[in-house]
Design a protein around this ligand. Structure first.
Ligand SMILES: Nc1ncnc2c1ncn2[C@@H]1O[C@H](COP(=O)(O)OP(=O)(O)OP(=O)(O)O)[C@@H](O)[C@H]1O
Ligand SMILES: [Mg+2]
Length: 269
């Protein structure tokens, strides 16, 4: 039987000395599903996403991915599973060009006898193609990423996620420092990733984005999951009351099989 669940984390705990950043969190993501992960500052959102991206290890808990028990012991393991993480400012190498960043760790090579050559022209062409596809203006793919704006850096990360057939993309506050236009572009980029059936975990404090982009909202408060509800059952006020604690808890049992709101609406994206 193939499972609808792409990722299933059970009873995740993470302590930093006396600080319990996660106090036994269950978290699952279905194939093609977009989760908005929300909560106040320090609630544990980034900690959860860092565990899923292999950047840090949980103190305890278990994970299944694609129906198999796994440990995401490094960012390399996460990448091999098809998990890509997009941060606002991290994750790109400033000393490399746009194209080099997109192909980092997956350089295309040609072998001629004992020699290997980088397919530089080919990589540039494909980098340009995928950026055009995301409708972003990046000066040149041969430019260093050091001089790019937040939105352009974001686009380079999204391009990488898009080009490499990811199964899941984690976005930690992707639009925190972006202007209105750049936020709109970043959201369009996320929509294209959604349209390809890639699962998305989106951390944001932007309530309209939560309501508009997600299939399900997961609310964290002080290291605990206090909300896990299909977005169609919620409004922004209900989400805020879970974030603040005005409403103690709302966990809906998972519905299977998961149907994306986009699929349901027959939306053309
Ligand atoms: N490396 C660390 N060392 C010690 N404590 C940490 C570390 N990283 C996070 N914490 C603590 O763990 C808790 C959860 O932090 P986390 O970064 O996951 O919150 P968050 O929900 O992402 O918040 P924000 O909305 O501010 O980004 C906080 O109390 C934080 O201070
Ligand atoms: Mg955070």
């Amino acid at each position: 039987m193939t499972t609808d669940l792409l990722l299933q984390a059970t009873d995740l705990k993470k302590s930093y000395g006396a600080v319990q950043a996660l106090r036994g969190v269950d978290f699952s993501v279905a194939r093609g599903e977009t989760i908005a992960l929300v909560g106040d500052n320090g609630a544990g959102k980034s900690t959860l996403v860092k565990i899923l991206s292999g950047a840090i290890q949980p103190t305890s808990g278990s994970m299944r991915f694609d129906g198999k028990d796994i440990a995401i012991s490094s960012t390399e393991v996460a990448r091999r599973l098809g998990i890509e993480t997009v941060y606002q400012d991290l994750g790109l190498c400033d000393n490399l060009t746009v194209a080099e960043n997109i192909f980092l760790g997956r350089e295309q090579i040609r072998r001629v006898g004992p020699f290997t050559f980088l397919k530089t022209a080919e990589m540039r062409r494909r980098a340009e193609e995928v950026l055009r596809d995301l409708s972003v203006n990046v000066p040149r793919v041969t430019a260093s990423v050091a001089g790019l704006s937040g939105g352009q850096r974001q686009a380079v990360s999204l391009a990488r996620a898009r080009l490499w057939e990811r199964s899941m993309v984690l976005l930690d506050e992707p639009t925190a420092a972006l202007g209105v236009q750049e936020t709109k572009r970043a959201m369009d980029g996320v929509r294209k990733i959604q349209a390809e059936g890639i699962s998305v975990v989106l951390i944001t404090h932007n309530m309209p984005m939560v309501m508009e982009m997600s299939d399900r909202v997961v609310v964290m408060r002080r290291g605990e999951k206090v909300g896990d509800v299909p977005t169609s059952m919620l409004n922004a006020d209900a989400v805020v009351s879970l974030i603040t604690g005005a409403r103690e808890r709302w966990i809906e049992p998972a519905t299977t099989p998961f149907r994306s709101r986009r699929a349901e609406a027959g939306a053309v994206l």
